[in-house]
Design a protein. Structure first.
Length: 502
């Protein structure tokens, strides 16, 4: 646990060192508070951005409101323009009507003036009685009044239309001035909004940089956890302690990159811890089996050692006997060879004496003055028997069963073969494989009762003897390790006749 705590300290120091290379205000802060400082800056920046967005929203609302006012004013201006046009048309119609009435009225006045009011008077005087007179007078008066009222009403209507047109034109002018002011205000608001949006983008960019800084700081917290999980030397305890610290770190990070990295490391760590636990359980099981096998092997070894000691004593006695016989045979051969050498020496001396005698006789014959009668042939020197060649030492004959081998037996269990499950030649362990450290690999040896075997494996120190062979015996179907081991050890050691085939 102390080792893991030291690793956490190194993680925090690593984060602190990493921060010194980042150009922000918090780079000089203590390693433990660097992330908190970055988070505070992000919170403050977030509040500023929210206020800025609120301002921009308010400006947008104002711009929309001003736009609506401008649209309303333009609508009213259009309506006033339409009214002004209608009023102009009405004024023109009224002027036409007034002109017609004035012309009719003038015409009538001119007729009256020309007739000297005789028509009016004649109209009155042609009345039959007083009632008719009064009626005629009333009609004439009404006509005159009607003409006057009609002219007055036309004049009043014309005046009203002119005043209405003037009023409408005045209102339209005011609305146009108000619209122009609203448009100027709208332009100003748009410029302010653009400036605020630019400032907002700057704030968002700074916030993004701060979040990237925070992400790198939080990811750095996992550096030592990653190293522990990826190290081949990490134990099961190291992995479990790293997972405990990883859970604590995950509760402190907030960026998406750090959260995802924490989840990934958790999955990897849990899988690794599971594998290490399974490996430990399997190792404990194998250790128990190994211990049991060693106990059985020890018991069998004690039994086999007694047999081996007895066989070794017999072998030593047999070897001493063979050595004695070999020494005796060697002595006889040497004696025979000495005798043959003596005979050869004697024969050589006799041949030399005969040659010297022949040479002497030849010289005497050459010194005579006359040719003597043909001398009788000198008697030939006695022939000695041909010298006998020394006989070669006899070679041991090779029969079908000329060698004696001492056999032991072994299994395919790795714990009995130094951890190996294949032969020294790389082949599978099968029946017909024997182990020996003297005979070359692939040497074929025939063993009585076992058939032809092949040297494909090597053994321990006991097998640096060409007569000592370790024979592989395969497992029977359904046989457990314990049963297999017991069966092989029960075979003990055997001595058989055999020969080298190849």
């Amino acid at each position: 646990m102390k080792k893991i705590q030291m690793k956490v300290v190194s993680v925090l120091l690593g984060v602190g060192l990493a921060l010194t290379s980042i150009p922000v205000a918090t780079a000089q802060a203590a390693p433990g508070s660097a992330i908190d400082n970055t988070k505070k800056q992000i919170m403050a920046m977030t509040e500023t951005i929210e206020k800025q967005e609120k301002k921009i929203t308010e400006l947008s609302d104002d711009i929309i409101a001003v736009g609506e006012s401008i649209q309303q004013n333009e609508k009213e201006i259009q309506e006033l323009t339409d009214q002004i046009e209608t009023t102009k048309v009405e004024t023109e119609v009224t002027e036409v009507q007034l002109g017609d009435k004035e012309e009719l009225y003038g015409k009538r006045l001119r007729e009256v003036y020309k007739s000297g009011h005789t028509s009016t008077i004649s109209t009155l005087l042609s009345a039959e009685n007083l009632s008719d007179l009064l009626l005629r007078f009333k009609v004439v008066e009404n006509i005159a009044k009607h003409d006057k009222d009609l002219i007055d009403s036309i004049n009043n209507l014309k005046k009203e239309l002119e005043e209405k047109a003037k009023s409408l034109e005045n209102n339209r002018s005011k609305l146009e001035d108000a619209t122009a002011s609203l448009k100027a205000n709208q332009d100003e608001l748009n410029q302010t909004k653009i400036a605020q949006e630019d400032e907002l983008e700057t704030l968002k960019s700074e916030k993004t940089k701060l979040r990237e800084l925070l992400s790198s700081q939080e990811v750095a917290l996992f550096a030592d956890i990653e190293r522990i999980l990826s190290s081949e030397n990490s134990s099961e305890q190291d992995i479990n302690e790293a997972l405990s610290i990883l859970e604590t770190i995950q509760g402190q990070v907030s960026t998406a990159e750090a959260v995802e990295l924490g989840r990934t490391l958790t999955r990897e760590g849990e899988q690794l811890a599971k594998e290490l636990t399974a490996a430990r359980v399997e190792a404990e099981r194998l250790a128990r089996e190994q211990k049991e096998a060693e106990r059985i092997a020890k018991e069998l070894k004690a039994k086999n050692d007694a047999v081996a000691a007895e066989q070794a004593a017999k072998k030593a006695a047999e070897k001493a006997k063979q050595q004695k016989e070999a020494a005796q045979k060697t002595k006889e051969i040497e004696k025979k060879q000495a005798k043959q050498a003596e005979q050869a020496k004697k024969l050589a001396a006799e041949e030399k004496a005969a040659k010297d005698s022949a040479d002497k006789a030849k010289k005497l014959e050459e010194t005579k003055p006359s040719k003597p009668s043909e001398p009788s042939k000198p008697s030939e020197p006695p022939k000695s028997s041909e010298p006998q060649k020394p006989s070669e030492p006899s070679k041991p004959t090779t029969g079908n069963n000329d060698l004696t081998f001492h056999l032991s037996f072994y299994t395919d269990l790795p714990e009995h073969n130094g951890g190996w499950t294949i032969t020294a030649t790389g082949d599978k362990l099968t029946y017909g494989v024997v182990a020996n450290n003297v005979w070359p690999l692939y040497t074929k040896i025939y063993l009585e009762g076992y058939g032809t075997m092949t040297v494909k494996d090597r053994g321990g120190a006991h097998f640096y003897n060409k007569y000592r062979l370790d024979v592989f015996i395969p497992r029977k179907s359904g046989e457990s390790n314990k049963q297999y081991t017991a069966r092989i050890w029960s075979l003990g050691r055997k001595t058989v006749k055999g020969r080298i085939v190849k």
